[in-house]
Design a protein around this ligand. Structure first.
Ligand code: ADP
Length: 355
């Protein structure tokens, strides 16, 4: 096995400060794994340990079956794409793409064919003779991707590759990256981003990072529907996070004098324990229904297809509801009732404050 990436207890520290804490994570051969998290959470550091630019203080990094921890970057069989393109300004596109092949001493006769193939894959064949300054940002990033692919890597590392592009170009490039991955089914992609849309769109699985640690890992659907932590719930999609106390069959909302009872799945949570209830705003309905929460409109935002209602309910909690087809916009202070279905609620361990 030559593809796939495995982090085994990888830690990195700078000046005694741990910025990556015992990362255990496997990227399967041919899988697209997104590392998603806020700025400073250790994503780039993790990626750079695979590239060989950062040495772990502890743990091992594997590419396929090979322990690459002690290998220099050029022996690791990886392609890398960064936010800033990092093309050589004095080299034509074709020479930029050939650079890695020459550095690796690929047979001279093979180089033109490999360059043409990589430029073809990224739709840049017609630009081979241009210089980087003669290209748009999006085109430069394609060349950077072509350069990474020319060495036919088993692993492609992408560090915020779309961050420098404007919103419209970004969504086009996302679709192209997805297509590229379909054309390279054996190659593992490790994709660093702070943008949940990129991660949800592109990744087979998402590894959620926060404060140097892996918080959660799963398919986009799993993380969205069944987040394990409050951090994941609020970072992947939008969430209502309500502090609750577990009962024998359901929970009660904390901070309410008479204990508003909610009928939600409690799985194996111990009665009496504090927990956090997660309900997605688009799964909260306006009007009477199961798990009714009465309150007053605190804020209304019109978002085109939906209205986002902020409702202050019992216990001083504010609940968000994304409601479609609202004929009349409720006024601030109006008394309303919200509700949600039992199966749309997820109970998370440990208490948090309101989201
Ligand atoms: P992310 O990619 O999630 O934004 P990084 O992995 O770049 O996060 O950084 C994680 C932490 O490590 C940050 O606090 C950052 O300031 C610190 N850091 C990264 N590189 C270095 C370095 N070369 N020297 C010192 N601190 C660094």
């Amino acid at each position: 096995m030559t593809s796939g990436i495995r982090f085994a207890g990888v830690s990195v520290a700078y000046g005694g400060h741990t910025v990556l804490d015992s990362l255990d994570l496997t990227v399967e051969p041919g899988e697209v794994m997104a590392l998603l998290g806020p700025s400073g959470s250790g994503k780039t550091t993790a990626l750079r340990t695979v590239a060989g630019f950062v040495r772990p203080a502890a743990g091992r990094v594997f590419i396929g079956d090979r322990d690459v921890t002690d290998l220099p970057p050029y022996q690791r069989d990886i392609g890398m794409v960064v936010q800033s393109y990092a093309l050589f300004p004095h080299l034509r596109v074709e020479d930029n793409v050939a650079f890695g092949l020459k550095a690796r001493k690929a047979p001279k006769s093979e180089i033109p064919g490999r360059v043409a193939e990589a430029l073809e894959m990224t739709g840049m064949a017609a630009y081979a003779r241009r210089y980087p300054r003669e290209l748009s940002g999006g085109q430069q990033q394609r060349v950077a991707i072509a350069r990474a692919l020319a060495i036919r890597p088993n692993v492609l590392l992408l560090d915020e590759p779309l961050s420098a592009l404007d919103a419209q170009l970004r969504s086009g490039m996302l679709a192209e990256l997805a297509k590229l991955h379909r054309e390279l089914p054996e190659v593992s992609f490790l994709y660093v981003t702070h943008d949940q849309v990129e991660a949800l769109t592109l990744a087979d699985r998402i590894a959620v990072m926060d404060r140097a640690r892996l918080q959660d890992c799963g398919t986009p659907q799993e993380l969205y529907r069944r987040p394990r932590t409050a951090f994941t719930a609020s970072f992947v999609g939008n969430a209502n996070l309500l502090p609750v106390t577990v009962g024998t069959d359901g929970v009660t909302l904390d901070g309410t004098a008479d204990g508003v009872a909610l009928d939600v799945p409690v799985a194996d949570a111990a009665p009496g324990a504090t927990a956090t209830l997660c309900v997605r705003p688009h799964l909260v309905g306006l009007g009477e229904g199961p798990n009714a929460l009465r309150g007053r409109i605190a804020e209304v935002q019109w978002r085109g297809a939906t209205h986002r209602l902020y409702v202050d309910v019992a216990g001083g909690h504010r609940v968000k509801a994304d409601v479609r087809e609202l004929r009349e916009t409720p006024a601030l202070g109006d008394a309303v009732t919200l509700h949600f279905a039992r199966e749309d609620a997820v109970l998370l361990a440990a208490g948090v404050t309101d989201g």
